[in-house]
Ligand binder design. Sequence first.
Ligand code: HEM
Length: 326
Amino acid sequence: MVWIWATIGLLALVHILQAWCRNKKKRLPPGPRGFPIFGSLHLLSGEFPNNDLHRLAQKYGDIMYMRLGLMPTIVVSSPQAAKLFLKTHDLVFASRPPHEGAKYISFGQRNLSFAEYGPYWRNMRKMCTLKLLSNHKINSFKSMRREEVALCVESIRAVADKGHVAVDLSENVSSLIMDMSCRMVLGKKYRDEDFDARGFRSVIKEGVQLAGAPNLADYIPFIAPLDLHGFTKRMKSVNKAFDVFFEKIIEEHLQSNDGERTKDFVDVMVGFTGYEESEYRIERSHIKAIILDMLVASMDTSSTTVDYALAELMRHPKAMKKVQKS
Ligand code: HEM
């Protein structure tokens, strides 16, 4: 036990010295000084970290420097400053830092949303934009979307006809979006229980929650092996469930010889297998990471947007009438 703490202490000391030497050479924006190792993490301990950051920005300015654990972090708090980072100096800040969630859930950070900026991200993004998210490809699924919306409306009408007036619209919208995403990405609908005992949506939800949860290991990487929150174990289990499911789906696609059907995202991605650049070669893990990205990126975003749109329409009957007429 003593040697573990001695090693952690020594590593911490090396990190602090390195950071101190680096910071001496740099001119950094103003910000709180922070403690050794933990930096200013304690300043974000409120229920809403965005409010904590807002309060700090009022003291230190629109562009603020703070260390979160050992991670140097710049916090930008005005539209003008955001433009500098996202537009003027976009390339310098385009990359995503290493992230435990992306490492364990998204097949070693091989997905688009969390990949480092570099040749892999640039080429995959180009391929995805041209082959998966082009107008042509999205239009090829138009009839499928109509079909699914009609089925959803029909099932709500059937419940209403039976005299049950209370319908959980969010649940209906969430299933509708899941069905449309599955058909577009995987080629057919899957029921929650086709996935594993926990169900498709609940595992996606757990993955999204784990990836977004504050994780000390992201800020103080040398403590990651200790898995203090128990997140790593859960993230590996979420990844395992996706891995098994996607392996089955990829195999089904490889065995399929139905040349008539509209090519889904898995067909297109499988077609990239073996594509090589000097820095990477597209293998199964890359394909699985992109499939997962497309499912996660399309499901929660779309159903939340539709939920909000429906809630707003219900609050504004005039607008609702207008939509119903058009
Ligand atoms: C209303 C629905 C949606 C909203 C509000 C939304 C919003 C966003 C936002 C804000 C980003 C981050 C952009 C950035 O970091 O620059 C993003 C990225 C992304 N979205 Fe969406 N999205 C929606 C639907 C979809 C759908 C349907 C798909 C796929 C079928 C999708 C795939 C992606 C992917 C792959 C990325 C990562 C792109 C990258 O990092 O290069 N999204 N989305």
